[in-house]
Ligand binder design. Structure first.
Ligand SMILES: NC(=O)c1ccc[n+]([C@@H]2O[C@H](COP(=O)([O-])OP(=O)(O)OC[C@H]3O[C@@H](n4cnc5c(N)ncnc54)[C@H](OP(=O)(O)O)[C@@H]3O)[C@@H](O)[C@H]2O)c1
Length: 319
């Protein structure tokens, strides 16, 4: 089968389309063989490809141990392992899976859910990482309730555009922060208030928020603290970015500062099903910036690496 393979860390050009062995579920009873139709690209893929230091600790200090990127997938079940009960060949599924920038993958059964009949492979491929991150931040970490005042910083990105929609779904009053060109479509996702970060610094407008979700790691806790209500919390999706934030993040962890939270998205079948139901009911709408064929993986990585994705970038592996 074909896969986008990287054997050294570096620029997008380290990615090459190569023939690799097709995986099998014969010796993996809890896994499902999925023919990949679409897989999205996340900043996570860029960090691994570049060899960002924390990723090297798990994937090889000098060269990558795992050669295929991709963490979410939408496709069709081709075979199931001996213990798999929820899926059968022919089912359309989506979820989380390492190595999805390839023609076939073998995710664990618990990482997958059935696709809604009215959803496309491209839409479903955007959900598992960015959608789950937004959901878990809002629901599990912040416990957003009706009436909460929520500010989403980086509202036009993968996580941010899902967070705007989910916060509205939970009944919050949502302020979305993004640049001038993204104001219109992000407002159309349901945001109550818009702030253009190129024109105005929200932390100087005197407003207080129950939750500030920094979806793109461009702010620091220090710069947001005065905009929190007395019980408000700041969540950073990337606590090591910007670098200036690292000492404060370490301090907040040591002192267990209740206002500064981070989290690492965890695979969770119930959360995936929750998002799938919203997708089916038309209450969650992935915005697709651009789709690339697998052969153009280098361009797709370049696009995401530029840091100005509008919603999600997707790789179409089969059609
Ligand atoms: N905690 C976790 O488990 C977890 C899981 C997934 C991802 N992450 C992290 O979350 C971060 C965001 O992921 P993502 O998929 O949402 O990224 P993304 O889609 O690549 O974010 C792109 C967006 O960032 C916005 N942006 C760029 N510079 C900005 C600035 N100075 N101020 C405000 N917005 C700005 C851009 O809007 P403009 O074009 O308008 O500038 C663009 O829409 C990444 O650092 C990723 O590593 C964490």
């Amino acid at each position: 089968m074909k896969a986008a393979v990287y054997k050294s860390y570096g620029t997008p050009e380290v990615l090459k389309i190569e023939e690799v062995e097709k995986p099998s579920v014969q010796d993996s009873p809890d896994r499902v063989l999925v023919k990949v139709y679409a897989a999205s690209i996340n900043p996570f893929d860029v960090l691994f490809r570049r060899g960002y230091l924390p990723t090297r600790l798990s994937n090889g200090l000098f060269k990558p141990k795992d050669h295929v990127l991709g963490i979410d997938v939408a496709g069709v079940v081709e075979a199931v392992g001996a213990n798999v009960t929820r899926f059968k060949p022919g089912d359309r599924v989506f979820g989380g899976c390492f190595g999805s920038h390839a023609e076939y993958v073998t995710p664990r059964e618990k990482g997958l859910v059935l696709m809604p009949t009215n959803a496309s492979f491209v839409d479903c491929a955007t959900i598992s990482c960015a959608g789950m991150t937004a959901l878990q931040a809002l629901q599990k970490v912040a416990g957003v309730k009706p009436g909460y005042k929520v500010l989403i910083y980086g509202a036009s990105g993968g996580i941010g555009h899902f967070a705007v929609q989910l916060a509205k779904h939970f009944g919050a009053e949502v302020t979305a922060v993004c640049s001038t060109g993204n104001q219109g479509w992000v407002r159309a996702l349901g945001a109550d208030h818009m702030i253009d970060y190129t024109q105005q610094d929200f932390s100087k407008n005197g407003q207080r928020y129950d939750l500030i979700l920094d979806a793109v790691g461009k702010r620091t806790y220090a710069s947001c603290k005065s905009s929190l209500t007395p019980t408000g919390i700041y969540i950073s999706e990337h606590p090591l970015k910007p670098v200036a934030q690292i000492p404060q993040w370490i301090f907040s962890q040591m002192t267990r500062d209740p206002h500064f939270k981070t989290h690492l998205t965890e695979g969770n079948t119930d959360d995936m099903q929750f998002l799938s139901n919203l997708l089916e009911e038309g209450k969650l709408r992935p915005v697709i910036d651009r789709c690339y064929p697998l052969a153009q993986i280098v361009d797709a990585h370049q696009h995401v690496e530029n840091g100005h994705t509008k919603g999600k970038v997707v790789v179409e592996v089969a059609s």
